[in-house]
Design a binder for this molecule. Structure first.
Ligand code: ZN
Length: 229
């Protein structure tokens, strides 16, 4: 499968893996790969071709399109609430749990962990503190499809998480999601929040569809769609 490397600035890259996106963030001591792809299984090699710093891995969550190369790493950072979603017991890698408020210091570059459950119980966003960028994972998407069907998804938790993100709003100027448009503007958080409430309150008309053999309902808000039970 083809992938594409796009250099964002001197110390930051995004790696596009046929519809899902990874980020490589370099500090003066270490580099951090955010997610490990879906089709590629050599994301560590790709990252090491871009930086001379030792590469560490963090997952925004454990859905299969974000963990494709995890087993290349001896250990990786993940929120503990998503560990049950990760390959139950077969993993040779060690999980290093990260929680709300944890800061990963790459050397002159700090990433703050923000816990945003809903899409999955252990979904996190990462705030690139000095760059004032929020790396959001799947919960924030523009012109994308936000998967909210299947086990362990919760619209109620999702809505609370967007309210939690609003508390950080003065700390970032743009958002980098894992899918679809990039960058997206901060006011998307409020639009998704209000749209999710409208869906829960039955104010948005859903369309029946099928995904992975399941019957689902698609709620298209125009700027993004929610795929629900
Ligand atoms: Zn995803």
């Amino acid at each position: 499968m083809d992938y594409e490397i796009i250099k964002i600035n001197e110390h930051t890259w995004r790696i596009e893996d046929s519809g899902v996106r990874m980020f490589l963030l370099e500090g003066s001591d270490k580099a951090l790969l955010v997610d490990s792809g879906m089709n590629v299984h050599n994301a560590k090699d790709i990252a090491e071709s871009l930086t001379t710093r030792p590469v560490f891995l963090i997952n925004t969550h454990a859905d299969m399109d974000h963990v494709g190369s995890n087993e290349q790493f001896d250990s990786f950072f993940m929120h503990p609430a998503d560990i049950p979603n990760y390959k139950k017991g077969e993993s040779k890698s060690t999980v290093i749990p990260v929680e709300e408020g944890d800061v990963i210091d790459l050397g002159g570059r700090k990433l703050k962990v923000i816990h945003i459950p809903g899409h999955t119980p252990g979904s996190i966003a990462l705030l690139d503190v000095d760059a004032r960028v929020l790396i959001s994972g799947d919960p924030i998407q523009q012109n994308g499809k936000i998967f909210m069907f299947g086990p362990s998804r919760s619209m109620e938790e999702y809505i609370k998480s967007l309210e939690h993100l609003e508390e950080y709003k003065g700390e970032f100027d743009e958002i980098w999601p894992s899918h679809s448009d990039i960058p997206v503007s901060c006011d998307l958080i409020e639009k998704l929040h209000d749209g999710a409430i409208d869906i829960l309150e039955g104010k948005v008309e859903g369309q029946p569809a099928e995904r992975f053999g399941r019957k689902i309902t698609v709620y298209d808000l125009g700027f993004s769609a929610f795929l629900c039970e």
